[in-house]
Design a binder for this molecule. Structure first.
Ligand code: R2B
Ligand code: URA
Length: 300
């Protein structure tokens, strides 16, 4: 971990009891007894939708002998479940929403691990999501090597008049290789790795022509998509650059993003896959995750 990048000025007071931390969007505070049962957390799994989180937790519980599932009571922002050493949490859509979830979960995990840097090193983080493929058919599962913004530069935020905060969007290669290895030879699962672009918008920053607001032409859209393709970008979603950036900032060594593609953006903009196809796409990214968890979480 990079302890120098952890906000000890705030977080150490939570550990020594001089202040309480309010994880407002998750509806829990650091003194809440519900957190006592989460100290053994070994992985944090995030997905955009709350329904997906409930399904994942059910599945992980079944794989672990029907382990008890703990829920946080507040669900109007994010849905959270904990079972068998894994904390599952939704993050909504886009980096503004997901960054709130990631920041509060980093604080929560720091508290649960009592600030122990070795214990924090052991926590695996993963976002499992959907995306638009770049030169890949719908149904391909992409394990990201790097998260970038629409200009192929890493995630950054405005720092008032002082410029920007910049982040490192690379995903750890060892974790990515371990995910690929855990899924080698799985029948009917197309798994690839490559760079991922996170757009701040589903339409404009993904160069779609079907938004209510549109500034692109078929030509400018294709120039952008081909530029991404030429630079090794395999898919486009809306959170990965921030997700990797924040986890790298604290120095977590094990994290990943696994996203299925819903369509090939070189062929179109609208998501026209059937409900059955979408279900299969979503299941495939879950299969890739659970194969990794079973192989890499001792006792999982
Ligand atoms: C993928 O899908 C969502 C938009 O439909 C967004 O959260 C993402 O990253
Ligand atoms: N999610 C995205 O952000 N873009 C797509 O094209 C599909 C899913």
């Amino acid at each position: 971990m990079r302890t120098e990048n952890i906000n000890h000025g705030f977080l150490d007071g939570v550990l020594d009891g001089s202040r309480e931390d309010v994880y407002y969007h998750f509806g829990v505070v650091s003194s809440d007894p519900v957190l006592d049962g989460l100290r053994g957390v070994r992985a944090v799994i995030m997905a955009g939708s709350g329904a997906r989180i409930r399904e994942f937790a059910e599945r992980w519980s079944q794989l672990n002998g029907g382990s008890e599932i703990v829920a946080f009571p507040k669900e109007d922002r994010f849905v959270t479940r904990y079972t068998a050493g894994v904390l599952f949490a939704s993050h909504g859509m886009g980096m503004p929403s997901a960054s709130i979830a990631v920041q509060e979960l980093m604080r929560l995990v720091f508290f649960l691990k009592c600030g122990d840097l070795d214990a924090l090193d052991d926590v695996f983080w993963c976002r499992v999501g959907t995306s638009g493929g770049v030169g890949l058919p719908g149904g391909t599962v992409v394990v990201s090597s790097e998260g970038l913004m629409a200009d192929l530069k890493p995630y950054r935020l405005l720092r008032g008049a002082a410029g920007q905060y910049w982040f490192d969007g690379r995903f750890p290669a060892e974790t990515r290789e371990a995910i690929l290895a855990a899924n080698a030879g799985v029948a009917d699962l197309r798994l690839v790795s490559g760079k991922t672009v996170a757009g701040n918008e589903f339409f404009l920053e993904q160069f779609r022509l079907d938004g209510a607001v549109c500034f692109e032409t078929p030509e400018t859209k294709m120039v952008w998509l081909r530029w991404l393709n030429d630079h090794g970008v395999r898919n486009i979603e809306m959170e990965g650059a921030m997700f990797a950036g924040y986890l790298n900032h604290w120095g977590f060594p094990r994290f990943a993003m696994i996203c299925c593609t819903l369509l090939n953006r070189l062929d179109g903009d609208q998501v026209t896959a059937t409900a059955a196809e979408l279900q299969k796409f979503s299941e495939d990214s879950g299969i890739a995750l659970f194969n990794y968890l079973r192989a890499n979480l001792p006792g999982g």
